[in-house]
Design a protein around this ligand. Sequence first.
Ligand code: ADP
Ligand code: F6P
Length: 344
Amino acid sequence: MSSQTIKRIGVLTSGGDAPGMNAALRAVVLAAEHYGIETIAFRHGYQGLLENDAMPIKAKDVLHILQYSGTIIKSARCQRFKEADAAQEAAANLDSHNIDALVIIGGDGSFRGADHLANHWQGKIIGVPGTIDNDLYGTDMTIGYATAVNIAMDALDKIRDTADAMDRVFIVEVMGRDAGFIGLGSAMAAGAERMILPELQKEKPLTVAALVKHIQRVQEIRGEGSYVMVLSEHQWPGGAVALAEQLEAEHHLPCRPCLLGHIQRGGAPAPADRILASELGVHAVELLLAGEHRVMAGKRANERVAVPLPDTWQKKNPLDQNLLRIQHEIFNPVKKNRRTKTDN
Ligand code: ADP
Ligand code: F6P
């Protein structure tokens, strides 16, 4: 199919919702209308595609949605979509609306689904990176990440007030699925004393003994005050609650857990997410017009890019090594002390 034949596109949001998904949807619809293309939205992600839960969507429906998180066309996870016959059903539903191309706003799972659908449908498919986890290769940032870090930072600042007042240790558990981007970003933005991130745990798992030693050394060096730790989800058996109990019971450190959970996906999207979503939504439509297929619309080093869908989950963006070094060495009071006192 040539780009000239694109008269009608489909759009859906899939997987865990991310702040900025609405802004991305708005951009897709506005860009499509600008280029004389009709848009059909499928509600509830792949579930809605299977149920043919479709509705025409126009500029007037999306004008004032970019300030809201969530997604007005709903999102869902749909196990059945992984099967071949489900993708065939989806293809038939897309064809029943004469849809020439589909824009999928979601994370790595949604892009796997997109690639799966591409094996069973002749239309063009473009992904837009929408996930708080920032775990998609090929784009410097995903839509939703900036807001999630902002929310985690804000929570950490508040925790710091009470932790400092009572000289307590706090463990704040953040999301990220299997990636430590939210953990690293929020720990640095809020000046946390410690981070427990998937990437670090893979290299060298932290023991309770090592953690206790670090807490005690920081307390010795700083005297009274707080110790705030950012824990990425799934990185400690039983999570922040279990770790806090261990530190209190076995080591008599006054310690409290705080689970941020889905709070990280709500509220007003940060400007960075609204702007990125607006740019990538338009980029997705323009990629379609340029004849692209099976790629993600991304942004890397200030350039718009088209990334083959399988690369987005098969390759990995590493954590910023310089930020890790700064957190671990320059901002680590124990390391600083070691250098000056030769106590390593
Ligand atoms: P996210 O897109 O946020 O990573 P999920 O991992 O839950 O979210 O994926 C969203 C949906 O994408 C799944 O519910 C499923 O419908 C579809 N999906 C995920 N992995 C695959 C796969 N390997 N094949 C086909 N569809 C998939
Ligand atoms: O992928 C986004 C995300 O919020 C992850 O950070 C988290 O692990 C997961 O989704 C939570 O999923 P659910 O909304 O199904 O609880």
